[in-house]
Write a protein that binds this ligand. Sequence first.
Ligand code: C5P
Length: 300
Amino acid sequence: MGKRMIIEAPAKINLILDIKGKRPDGYHELETVMHQISLADRIILNPCASGIKLGINSGLVPYNESNLAYRAASVFFQKNGFKGGIEIFIEKNIPVGAGLAGGSTDAAAVLLGINEIYEYNLSEELLLEMAAELGSDVPFCVLGSSALARGRGEILTPLPSAVSLAIVLVKPDFQLSTAEVYSKFELAKVEQFPDTRAFLAAWGRGDVEDIAVNMVNVLESVSIRIHPEIAVIKERLKELGALNAVMSGSGPSVFGIFKERKGAAQAAETLRKWYSEVYLVSSYKRGDYDGKKEIIAGRP
Ligand code: C5P
């Protein structure tokens, strides 16, 4: 039997998010840049004789078979033959229902972890296939770092780690359902679309100001209608010096990109007067989060 393993499972933000149309399968055709940040859950995996057991230090996430991390273990064992069992403990740090792929990243960590603990040695391609079955954001979480995602989110082009961004993330005290936001999306109501090519060119140059200027998320057109507070947070971040601020995924989290960490830290301090969940983070690097060893999720 393999040994116990601790895995960092980082959150993601969407630096741009465009929707090209609705697909026959009901999903939306995406063009988005996903970027892992230094806010992470920790997944502790313990091999055991049989079965899947789940523990979480949070009452906000389902504690049963519907949990995406549980489903990841279940899909892995079903597809590849059951070599044993697994105990999963999730130390939840990423806000739930926030547009930060918290559930997806836990699921990705479980796939990567079981592959390693039980020495299945599955290829990245096979892991990505299982990931796509679990959810649209899970493949990116398996791949890690930064990537352009198309299709449902599963067609991935890795991007170089051009820059380390100084980011302030605000999670307002309400949640949004991804399915609800997507179902209310209307192309005609979008005021601003991202220019993906311009964004990628800025990314290639590592030009933080140009990266920030090109950040746009078309799902804001829905989420701000449901919760106008999202627009207020964007404005506050910009007033406090952010080069630009946008919503992540289907929201409601909003993040601002700053030129320097110092300015970001000052803005975060001010924002904490109004919001209880404010995070000063940066682009994710493996092991950055808390310096723990035995980490395999996310690329360096
Ligand atoms: O794939 P996942 O289960 O994470 O998606 C959650 C919901 O988000 C889906 O049920 C769907 O309503 C919506 N979605 C979408 N188009 C995408 C990704 C998600 O419509 N590309």
